[in-house]
Design a protein around this ligand. Structure first.
Ligand SMILES: *Cc1c(COP(=O)(O)O)cnc(C)c1O
Length: 376
């Protein structure tokens, strides 16, 4: 029995252990501590020196971003529909209403024309959105030039969900630095991991301090425990940050390897009828977190993404359909949405392939071999 090949599994470089050992040797296990500061500084250096708060998850970072933007009960927050549910859930944590906007076909991210229509409709009925959550799905930068221009014009702040896009950039500007707030994730399947964790990229030190304050139970300065606002237990531990420091040192190598995976799949599969891959648009640089392809059943001679997925599964190779859009999720059935069918079509035809930076060339050629068999 062959070992299972995963979509994206953790890839340690060896240096993590040195940092973790230091945390153990000094008994600085949790919470906070010098590795948290070091990790935040390392991230900040990759985020054009924006201050960064290290947190327990990307979801926590999204939640704090909404809190810091003053999102409250019954507010409307526009959110990209084609994403993972964690982009949208914190809107509901705040008692606000998510308003889903579909994607365009060039980057698979939020469609700027549709976004403008959504904002202008909401403004007309006196419901100016409190924020817009944009996602760089699978590491591909969204059309931030147009999205930020529109949001500035309507004075709506952008929360940039860069959970899948650490190492990606648009016109050399790193993803995570376009919005008022940027969100990063170090979950186990992301491009680098702390076993679990996230970070909030902040516009200034005051916001970063406020984020850290809220993330550590909002304790007022007093010798006793005193609280004037509701707090959260959202801070990253010193051990997780130690892992992150080791991982951050090899981020560029991880991006390079994932981009090589993508190039290999594209080279060896593009001739198959019906298959296409997502290209970078002018000026964009994707970390290619996951390689995704679509299979157009009208041109593939009957092969579908599901038949390929099941064929791979029999070989112990994990692949997965693209994200199911939020406006099609049972839990968001009553949420308002503007859809064009783009993300629904991507969901129906798209497949994510094994994309870890620790896959061997034998692994990759085995995936390709078992995909190609479907066309014979
Ligand atoms: C992983 C992910 C998140 C959430 O990050 P966690 O660290 O798992 O909470 C949010 N948005 C997107 C698009 C993600 O892929």
């Amino acid at each position: 029995m062959q070992n299972k090949m995963w979509l994206s599994s953790p890839h340690m470089c060896g240096r993590e252990e040195g940092y973790v050992k230091d945390a153990f040797d000094t008994n600085w296990i949790a919470p906070l501590g010098p590795h948290v500061n070091g990790f935040e500084q390392g991230l900040s250096a990759r985020m054009l020196e924006h201050p960064v708060a290290a947190l327990s998850s990307g979801t926590a970072a999204l939640h704090l971003a909404l809190i810091l933007l003053g999102v409250e009960r019954d507010d409307v927050v526009i959110c990209q529909s084609f994403t993972f549910s964690a982009s949208a859930n914190p809107i509901v944590y705040q008692g606000a209403v998510p308003y889903f906007v579909d994607s365009e076909a060039d980057t698979w991210n939020m469609d700027p024309d549709l976004l403008e229509e959504a904002i202008s409709r909401l403004v007309t009925v006196g419901k100016r959105p409190k924020a817009v959550v944009v996602v760089h799905l699978y590491g591909m930068p969204a059309k931030m030039d147009r999205i930020t221009e529109i949001c500035e014009r309507y004075q709506v702040p952008v929360v940039e969900d860069a959970a899948e896009a650490l190492g990606s950039a648009l016109h050399e500007k790193p993803c995570g630095t376009f919005g008022r707030f940027g969100v990063l994730s170090f979950n186990g399947n992301k491009i680098i991991t702390t076993s679990g964790g996230g970070a909030l990229v902040c516009p200034d030190d005051a916001f970063a301090e406020r984020a850290r304050f809220l993330a550590t139970q909002a304790r007022d300065t007093a010798p006793h425990y005193q609280h004037s606002v509701i707090g959260y237990n959202y801070r990253m531990s010193n051990v997780c940050a130690a892992i992150g420091r080791g991982q951050l040192e090899v981020l560029d190598q991880r991006v390079e390897q994932r981009r090589k995976n993508f190039a290999y799949y594209q080279e060896t599969l593009s001739d198959l009828p019906g298959i296409s891959f997502l290209s970078e648009t002018a000026g964009s640089f994707s970390n290619r977190w996951l390689t995704c392809m679509t299979i157009d059943p009208d041109h593939s001679g009957g092969v579908t993404r599901e038949s390929v997925r099941l064929a791979l599964e029999t070989q112990q190779i994990e692949s997965r359909p693209l994200w199911k859009p939020m406006h099609l999720q049972p839990v968001f059935a009553n949420a308002p949405a503007m859809s064009t069918g783009v993300s629904e079509r991507l969901f129906n035809t798209g497949l994510c392939l094994p994309s870890g930076s620790n896959l061997t060339s034998e692994d990759l050629s085995r995936v390709v071999e078992h995909i190609r068999k479907n066309w014979k």
